[in-house]
Design a protein around this ligand. Structure first.
Ligand SMILES: *Cc1c(COP(=O)(O)O)cnc(C)c1O
Length: 428
């Protein structure tokens, strides 16, 4: 499989696309063709399904021979599917990894790939990640103490929960944390500027761990595949997914999984008040905005990068309307869903997952729904105690992974200027 830029250039291997992150023309890498998963691989353990689904995507790459080792190492925790009281609805829990958010899947896959790369480059590998909260922790955990790799995570100061901040700053060793005076979009802009900086390029082989990196995005197809195959085997119907969305990496993975021929029907995207994509579907005008802070902060993205990949597969608003539906859910509606989940079902959802439940309810008001519907639960509610506890009036029990987290060691404060990041990286 070769990878092309969304803007037309390049034809490179999986490992090259992984290391480059972003294409020289500023585009994002997409697979040059779509292998078919029909007849579909048999449902089974996630790591096995992942190896089958991803095989064509790393075929003829140096990593091809290690793929099942990589998926076993990366997907070493469960992604349970639970049926809800309405028996056509399910919740897919993607928060049982080391940092209790779905970002663990992609970050651990990326790290497992990087450890096995045969890299002739003499420059040390330096991974950069802008984070709205969960990416940075997952990437830091996945790369911590891996030899030969340095990791720098950039997060908006004051824009992440206290626990997320601890997850970003508790590592030390080869992991650096930078608190940027600005929003997530500033962090993303700084990372992009670093990639274009000849001085940093001379010093380091820079790689990105954001969902612009193809090696973080592709593995996320695995649980959409495993879930839709399991429900197909059980019910003989294609599955629809509700995906809490920010930078649209998760959404792209789900759309790509359906493109492979997996039994996926509708895809509904739940955004928060950062509603660039829902607005686009209504107006047909792509108008990125500065991000606004919400209680579903991991989705506070005003200019979602992966829209470029979605629009590459579905050029034009009509095509994209046919592919996905999207809703913008405000903070009050998210709070009401968290409360309803607790009072009516005894379930505690994180704010992002709650936005998904609200999007599902709005979608159901618009039309008749068929087949199984899966709400993707993107993070554990215990990551957001300051938001959840006042709403439900009790403490959220923390999973073991969060209890085991070390103390925060502090972050380096950073002005939202490319020169400040350059200086910090060179000094680090
Ligand atoms: C990152 C994240 C999202 C949004 O995923 P994207 O791929 O950026 O659209 C949703 N929920 C949680 C908890 C996240 O960490």
């Amino acid at each position: 499989m070769r990878y092309l830029s969304t803007r037309g250039g390049d034809s490179i291997s999986f490992s090259q696309a992984l290391l480059r992150g972003i294409a020289p023309d500023g585009g994002l890498y997409v697979p040059e063709s779509w292998p078919s998963c029909e007849p579909a691989p048999a449902p089974g353990p996630l790591a096995g399904v992942a190896a089958l689904v991803l095989a064509d995507f790393v075929a003829d790459d140096g990593l091809a021979g290690s793929l099942s080792e990589i998926t076993s190492e990366a997907f070493s925790f469960a992604a349970p599917l639970r049926q809800l009281r309405n028996r056509d609805t399910y919740v897919l829990e993607l928060f049982h990894g080391p940092t209790a958010a779905f970002k663990d899947f992609g970050a651990r896959f990326l790290a497992a790939c990087v450890s096995r790369l045969n890299r002739p480059d003499p420059r040390p590998l330096h991974i950069l990640a802008a984070t709205s909260g969960d990416t940075g922790g997952a990437v830091a955990a996945a790369f911590h103490n891996r030899p030969g790799v340095r990791v720098s995570v950039l997060y908006p100061r004051g824009g992440v929960s206290l626990l997320q901040e601890r997850q970003l700053t508790c590592w030390g060793a080869n992991v650096g944390a930078y608190a940027v005076e600005g929003a997530f979009d500033d962090c993303q802009r700084l990372v992009k500027a670093a990639f274009a900086d000849p001085i940093l390029q001379r010093e380091f082989a820079l790689a990105s761990a954001n969902s612009i990196n193809i090696a973080r995005l592709l593995p996320q197809m695995s649980y959409f595949a495993a879930t839709s195959l399991a429900l197909w085997a059980e019910r003989g119907e294609p599955t629809s997914f509700v995906v809490p969305s920010g930078n649209l990496g998760h959404a792209t993975a789900c759309v790509w999984a359906r493109r492979l021929g997996l039994p996926i029907a509708e895809i509904v995207l739940a955004h928060n008040a950062n509603q660039t994509l829902p607005d686009y579907l209504v107006t047909g005008a792509w108008t990125p905005r500065a991000s606004v802070a919400t209680i579903a902060s991991a989705m506070d993205v005003g200019d979602p990068s992966n829209a470029e990949r979605l629009l590459h597969l579905f050029p034009g608003v009509e095509n994209l309307r046919g592919a996905v539906s999207a809703y913008a859910i405000g903070d009050d509606a998210i709070r009401a869903r968290i409360r309803a989940g607790w009072v009516e079902e005894g379930q505690i959802w994180c704010p992002h997952t709650a936005a998904g439940f609200e999007a599902y309810a709005r979608h159901a008001m618009n039309r008749e729904l068929y087949g199984p519907w899966v709400m993707v639960a993107t993070a554990h509610a215990a990551k957001f105690p300051e938001i959840i506890e006042p709403i439900i009036g009790r403490a959220v029990p923390a999973p073991e992974a969060l209890k085991a987290l070390g103390e925060g060691l502090g972050a380096v404060a950073l002005a939202p200027e490319p020169a400040a990041l350059r200086e910090a990286l060179l000094a680090g």
